[in-house]
Design a protein around this ligand. Structure first.
Ligand SMILES: NC(=O)c1ccc[n+]([C@@H]2O[C@H](COP(=O)([O-])OP(=O)(O)OC[C@H]3O[C@@H](n4cnc5c(N)ncnc54)[C@H](OP(=O)(O)O)[C@@H]3O)[C@@H](O)[C@H]2O)c1
Length: 429
């Protein structure tokens, strides 16, 4: 059988590792897909940079967009990144010229996934993106193939290794967020501009794709409620441990009777939950479905080799002629579900207030909670201070989010409450 010819746009962390796997595992890949995978063309910005792989004899294109249309290739790998610009053009050009696209680009797909999937379906080519969610964990494949006989009710998990590393290190060392973030940047676990990770945007990109493939719905990034981890303090992490929880940045997508709920925010999970033990840069995805019950997938969510492994698995699928609908179902079957507001969430909550140590403060806080019908399960107060503020922590019984939010607004107005209350949802997952 003729080799599968592949053009690679982008030879950075992921692109170079993909080239390395293809070039060094030739025999293994041949045996697995019955056909050779051959790199016929590449493009990056700097032709002279050493990529650590031998690219002799492979066509070099100065312009990746041109390569996507002109290369002698059936597949174009988009491994440049970015939600607009050259990455989008490369995908559009490859599809319009009848080539399959494999990408690791969650930002692009979260924004333009439905449009690109439409273009790919019209051109009868595949749009494959295993590497874009949870790196080396085959979660798209599991949802689209392994669990295809199930009605999936929830997909949730730890989708950003940078945030998980920061939260894990804060717990292990008792240090504050800013300090640990700086260290993560020095170690290369966080970008110079960390906002896409720590603000929750990267996890939200991935969650939007997971929700789409799990529920057969159009990708709707704008429906994701997003909160980051910047406001989590060392105190919150210590109080969480005292209450029997760990704090994790979770992405949660639920199919409910009212529609689809999608949210990314820090949450407390019980110490005995599987997610509590996913530490450092690791990712985990939990799938709940009617036939399988609960399934947990865990592994390396980023890095050159795990991500390249996922890209190559997509290539092997194409080489085997297994090209499936982008989001599990053909586009004519994709739904546009209603967005369920977070105001409807029901569950327990953690509240940390920084208060002046004066008589009557707890009574004022209790009055605000009572007015909204919210009751307290646990109250913790630590330390005394005649001048500064002290933390008061409340674990609230299961209640409706809208009520908690109104109570928090009232509490924030109290003279004795010196900073904005910190509210963290408790997820009994
Ligand atoms: N790194 C990870 O662990 C990881 C994990 C999952 C998904 N991803 C996704 O994988 C994609 C690539 O990430 P990465 O970490 O490999 O990025 P990277 O190391 O920054 O590599 C980007 C590559 O794109 C090339 N490039 C930039 N602008 C270009 C242009 N106009 N034309 C042609 N090539 C261009 C760069 O060329 P030069 O090398 O010449 O500068 C570089 O080779 C992104 O979508 C990212 O979100 C990455």
């Amino acid at each position: 059988m003729a080799p599968l010819r592949v053009a690679i746009a982008g030879l950075g962390t992921v692109g170079a590792a993909v080239a390395d796997i293809i070039l060094s595992r030739n025999t293994l890949i041949n045996a697995r897909c019955g056909r050779e995978i051959l790199i016929s063309a590449v493009s990056a910005r700097d032709r002279h940079r050493d990529r650590g792989v031998d690219l002799t004899g492979i066509d070099w294109f100065e312009d990746a967009a041109e390569m996507a249309m002109q290369a002698d290739a059936e597949v174009v790998l988009e491994l440049i990144g970015g939600e607009e610009g050259i990455a989008k053009t490369v995908c559009e050009n490859a599809i319009s010229s009848g080539r399959h696209v494999v990408t690791a680009n969650k930002a692009l797909l979260a924004m333009h996934g439905t449009a690109l999937a439409k273009a790919a379906e019209n051109a009868s080519v595949g749009l494959l993106y295993e590497a874009s969610v949870a790196g080396g964990i085959p979660v798209i494949k599991s949802l689209r193939e392994g669990f295809a006989g199930n009605k999936i009710s929830s997909v949730h998990g730890i989708l950003n290794g940078t945030c998980n590393y920061i939260l894990t290190t804060m717990r292990e060392t008792g240090r504050e967020f800013d300090d640990v973030l700086t260290e993560a940047q020095d170690l290369g676990y966080a970008e110079a501009d960390p906002s896409v990770d720590v603000d929750g945007i990267d996890a939200a990109h991935k969650l939007a794709l997971l929700a789409s493939v799990a529920f057969g719905a159009e990708v709707n990034f704008h429906a994701v409620h997003v909160e980051g981890i910047q406001f989590i303090s060392a105190d919150d992490i210590a109080f969480a441990s005292e209450l029997g929880y760990r704090i994790k940045l979770l992405g949660i997508a639920n199919q409910t009777e009212l529609g689809v709920e999608q949210r990314v925010h820090p949450a407390m999970v019980p110490i005995d939950s599987p997610l509590a033990h996913v530490e450092g840069v690791f990712n985990a995805v939990v799938v709940e479905a009617d036939a399988i019950g609960t399934s947990v997938l865990q592994g390396k969510g980023a890095g050159a080799k795990p991500t390249a492994s996922a890209v190559v698995s997509d290539l092997i699928d194409i080489a085997r002629n297994t090209v499936l609908p982008t989001f599990s179902v053909p586009l004519s079957e994709l739904s546009q579900p209603k967005t369920v507001s977070l105001d409807n969430r029901q569950g327990p909550y953690y509240l940390r207030l920084m208060v002046l140590d004066r008589p009557g403060v707890i009574a004022d806080v209790s009055a605000a909670l009572k007015e909204e019908g919210v009751s307290v399960e646990v109250l913790l107060q630590r330390g005394r201070s005649e001048e500064g503020s002290v933390p008061v922590v409340l674990k609230l019984h299961e209640t409706v989010e809208a009520n908690v939010r109104r109570a928090v607004e009232q509490i924030a107005q109290l003279d004795s409450v010196v900073e904005r209350p910190c509210m963290i949802r408790i997820e009994e997952l």
